[in-house]
Design a protein around this ligand. Structure first.
Ligand SMILES: [Zn+2]
Length: 247
């Protein structure tokens, strides 16, 4: 049996080698571990970063959502405002129309009845003992002193006794010239409130009714003429109907 004895120098080298190997391996392991850990850290960092990015993205998304929502709200508000504006405009138009309506109504009432309440008596072209020819106007039986109104706007061209120049049969009378070329005449008046050349509006009081001239009783004799003078009378009821006034 022989005992193998190692050369001491070789032994040291082996140990050194072994130690070195171990160390190396240890070092390598540590390195690996470090590397792994580093990777993990990086991963963690990466995760953190990605989480941060994600969070940021989420925040951004939320912000974007908020922005979209805000924009939508803004748009809705704008839409509402526009709707409000349109409604206001519509209301304004309605108001304007409403406002314009009475004016239009006033315009259509450019002709009126010469007296308020009355009883129709002798009509146009009616024959009778009272007139040498046929009746030249429409009679409205009314008590003496009833306000007589201009049937339409115009200018007074005759006003006074003796039918304003047309003859004594008419008593006190007024003749008004109108823009449409027609003339209206009012006779047998008790009082005249206007003078020649005076402008009057439709419905304006021009006189009080009476029983002057050739009259069988208190009434207003009303004519529509094509000239200021006697002999040019039209059917006054038909004329008033043509301008929207029914007597
Ligand atoms: Zn008459």
């Amino acid at each position: 049996m022989s005992k193998r004895v190692m050369n001491p120098a070789a032994r040291i080298t082996a140990v050194a080698l072994a130690t070195a190997g171990l160390g190396a391996s240890l070092v390598a392991g540590a390195g690996s571990a470090f590397a792994a850990e580093g990777k993990a850290t990086i991963a963690t960092a990466a995760t953190g970063a990605s989480a941060a990015v994600a969070a940021q993205a989420d925040a951004q998304a939320q912000a974007a959502t908020k922005a979209v929502k805000a924009a939508a709200a803004k748009q809705a508000a704008a839409k509402q405002a526009a709707a409000k504006k349109a409604a206001a405009q519509k209301a304004a138009v309605k108001k304007a129309v409403k406002k314009a309506a009475p004016v239009a109504a006033k315009k259509s009432a450019s002709w009126v009845k010469p007296v308020g309440s009355y009883t129709l008596t002798a009509s146009f072209n009616q024959g009778g003992a009272m007139w040498s020819h046929k009746h030249s106007g429409q009679d409205f039986a009314v008590p003496v002193g009833t306000p007589v109104k201009a049937a339409g706007a115009g200018t007074v061209v005759k006003a006074g006794p003796n039918g304003g120049g047309d003859g004594p049969a008419y008593g006190n009378a007024v003749v008004i010239k109108h823009a449409n070329g027609k003339y209206s005449q009012y006779a047998h008046l008790s009082k005249i409130n206007v003078g020649i050349g005076q402008k009057v509006g439709a419905g304006q009081k021009i006189a009080l009714s009476g029983n002057t001239g050739n009259s069988s009783g208190p009434h207003l004799h009303f004519e529509i003429r094509t000239t200021p003078n006697y002999g040019s009378a039209l059917n006054p009821a038909a004329f008033l109907r043509s301008v929207g006034v029914t007597i």
